[in-house]
Structure formats: structure tokens, C-alpha cells
Ligand binder design. Structure first.
Ligand SMILES: C[S@@+](CC[C@H](N)C(=O)[O-])C[C@H]1O[C@@H](n2cnc3c(N)ncnc32)[C@H](O)[C@@H]1O
Length: 219
């Protein structure tokens, strides 16, 4: 049976990112109409930062699927030089309108298209809920592309909602990940350096929100 969100969001498996632009275009810069908008640092990222204080020191950071842009602004405030991208032009326009003084480079880009100029360029990469926003058949491509952004000695933080259910197109969006996603990042040359699971009433995935920190230790 088809997930009820497929009536609300017109997802086509072979054009998996096409429904985001109309969604943002029908929303506003206050986040009204954007179901995942926190209009603040993502709570799980905020919790992680309390346990793992970060100092940017002008190092580079990349935010994947940045949405309304608040996590990029948090990283800028910590001293990083930040690039943040989203497939939606309108999302990027909202970010620029919301944070006109910011030096964050907000750019439209597609995670399903290889970005050779970003290969192994970033000291800190942040991925929250983008892989699960796209159908399961793209999982490995998305994970490889995210892992490729991480510089030698760089860190990647992945925040994802996880379920025991097998992933299938009919079950999303969102297409909750399985715990297997951690091994997939490892198979792309990263090492797990920290992991925990958040479980609270807001969890959609029955196994909770997985918060995993990876590092690229090879050169
Ligand atoms: C579930 S939202 C999460 C947004 C943000 N990370 C957060 O936690 O608030 C997924 C985001 O990924 C973006 N997105 C979807 N497909 C993408 C793609 N192929 N490349 C880049 N961004 C994409 C969407 O436009 C949306 O902003």
C-alpha cells in the first residue's frame, strides 16, 4: 500500500528531487508550508554540539540539503567558512533573504549530481534528513556523494531517522533509513568515531534518531 504522504507530495521515483522546488515555492521565508522547518538549529544537531563543542577556526564546512539555512548559520557562528546547498532555488533564496548579513555561501546544487570541485574539500560536513528524503534506490549514490565531500582528517555528522522496516518506494516519503546506513558510509572510506541514538516522542522511526560521527582517516 502506498504511503499517505505520496498523495500530499507528488514524488516520482525517477525524478526524485522535483517535488521540493514547488513545495518551497508554495511556502514562505517564515517556513510556513515547509514541514521540516525548525527555523532554528536542528534540535539533534544542537544536542550533539553540547556533547561535541566545535571550533571552526576558519575551517571549511558544508551543509547538505540545507533547507531554511539555520544549521549553516550555527556553523558560521562557530567560526567555520560555510557552504550550504539545496536542490531548491527557492530554499536558497529564502536562506539569503533570512540571513542577508551572513557570509555563508548558499548555493543551489543537486546531491545526485557529482560536484568534483567539492571532492574532499570540507573539514566538517553536516547531513540531516536528506538521504531519507529521497527514494531508497538512490541511497548508495547519495551516501557516496556525501562521503566524497569529506577532506582528509575531516568529520561528517549524519543525523537520520531509523526504522526496522525494509526500505521501499511505497513506504515514503520520508524513506526512513535502516541501521545499515552506517556501514554504507564506512564502505565509502569513513570511520565511525561516535554514535548514539536519540529516542523521544518526536521520533518517526521506531528505532529512533541515529546520530553518527564519521572521520576520514586515510589520505
Ligand atoms: C527533509 S528536508 C531536511 C532539510 C534540513 N536538512 C533540515 O534538517 O531541516 C530535505 C532537504 O533536502 C533537499 N533536497 C532534496 N533532494 C535534494 C538533492 N538531490 N540535492 C540537494 N538537496 C536536496 C530538500 O529541498 C530539503 O530542503
Amino acid at each position: 500500500m502506498k504511503n499517505k504522504n505520496q498523495d500530499r507530495f507528488p514524488v516520482q521515483e525517477n525524478q526524485p528531487s522535483n517535488w521540493f522546488e514547488p513545495l518551497y515555492a508554495g511556502s514562505n521565508k517564515n517556513g510556513e508550508g515547509v514541514p521540516w522547518a525548525n527555523m532554528d538549529t536542528h534540535p539533534s544537531f544542537g544536542n550533539w554540539l553540547k556533547k561535541n563543542p566545535l571550533e571552526g577556526d576558519e575551517k571549511s564546512a558544508l551543509v547538505v540539503g540545507c533547507g531554511m539555512g539555520d544549521d549553516a548559520i550555527e556553523l558560521e557562528a562557530l567560526g567555520f567558512q560555510v557552504t550550504a546547498f539545496d536542490v531548491s532555488e527557492t530554499a536558497i533564496k529564502f536562506c539569503k533573504e533570512r540571513f542577508p548579513q551572513s557570509k555563508v555561501e548558499f548555493v543551489q546544487a543537486d546531491l545526485l549530481v557529482t560536484q568534483p570541485h567539492w571532492k574532499r574539500k570540507f573539514d566538517f560536513v553536516l547531513e540531516i534528513y536528506t538521504v531519507q528524503a529521497l527514494p531508497p534506490k538512490y541511497e548508495m549514490e547519495l551516501i557516496q556523494n556525501i562521503a566524497d565531500f569529506v577532506a582528509s582528517d575531516g568529520q561528517l555528522l549524519v543525523i537520520a531517522e531509523v526504522s526496522k522496516e525494509e526500505r521501499s518506494f511505497e513506504n515514503g516519503p520520508p524513506w526512513l533509513l535502516t541501521s545499515q546506513h552506517i556501514d554504507s558510509f564506512v564502505s565509502c572510506g569513513l570511520k565511525v568515531v561516535g554514535k548514539y541514538v536519540e529516542q523521544d516522542s518526536s521520533n518517526i522511526g521506531e528505532l529512533g534518531t541515529y546520530v553518527t560521527t564519521f572521520k576520514r582517516t586515510n589520505v
